[in-house]
Design a protein. Structure first.
Length: 240
């Protein structure tokens, strides 16, 4: 019988990996980012367990900085914790990731073909080996560009349905494993209905600041907003 993804990860990394399911009961339901200006605007002062959408005008907008802060927070909290980042186009810049304070030795970057992104994301979540999983959703099949010329609407409905099922599966797996799944989505992508996530952050970034607004939250605490100076984002503490 072929080895499961979990078994292969354990075989490769051994005791460096602690399965999320082993410590679910001891984990809090919120992951503080260590970025006070953003933690203050989040309803529980941190990212909830489950699926969180970070929606911005570009998938490389403010969501990337927030996701890096979440990975950094996990690494700072537990020296054995691992995170994963699904990066189909290879745009994640490793020096920038390191400068964000992320431990590169405990970040699994998956550069899968776009067509396999959703399937691989489910496998990573099912492995329960990662505290945080970051996924660039709008590079995966299941997202629909606002420039699509499909007038029938069938393509929109089919892909929306695929993505909705995908998010619901991730939510179940995240609940089982006690993990946080961060979806980086593009605000220019047209969807028939919002994704069924635990929380959605609407982000707009400029050169020096980022507007953060809670657009959806499972307990209905929406509308919270703040402009966050980018100069205060967490990173390496350099001795001086």
């Amino acid at each position: 019988m072929a080895a499961t993804l979990t078994e292969r990860l354990l075989e490769k990394f051994g005791k460096q990996i602690v399965l999320a399911s082993e410590e679910v009961s001891s984990k809090v339901d919120v992951l503080p980012l260590g970025w006070p200006e953003i933690d203050d605007v989040l309803p529980d002062h941190g990212m909830p367990r489950g699926v969180v959408e970070m929606r911005s005008p570009s998938v490389l907008g403010g969501g990337t900085a927030v996701a890096l802060a979440a990975v950094r927070a996990v690494h700072r909290r537990d020296e054995r914790a691992w995170c994963a980042w699904i990066d189909p186009d290879g745009t994640l810049y490793s020096p920038g990731v390191a400068m964000a304070g992320v431990d590169l030795n405990r970040l699994a970057v998956v550069r899968s073909p776009r067509k396999d992104t959703l399937r691989i994301a489910i496998k990573l979540a099912r492995s329960q080996a990662f505290d945080v999983i970051v996924i660039d959703v709008d590079w995966a099949p299941g997202a629909v560009s606002s420039h699509s010329h499909d007038r029938s609407g069938e393509r929109f409905r089919s892909r929306d349905a695929t993505l909705e099922v995908f998010v619901r599966k991730l939510a179940l797996l995240a609940a089982e494993g006690g993990s946080t799944v961060l979806l980086l989505t593009d605000a220019s992508v047209v969807r028939a209905s919002p994704l069924p996530v635990a929380m959605r952050l609407e982000l707009t970034r400029t050169q020096h600041a980022m507007d953060v607004r809670v657009g959806k939250e499972r307990h209905g605490r929406v509308g919270l907003a703040k402009t966050v100076p980018m100069g205060k984002k967490p990173g390496l503490e350099l001795a001086g």
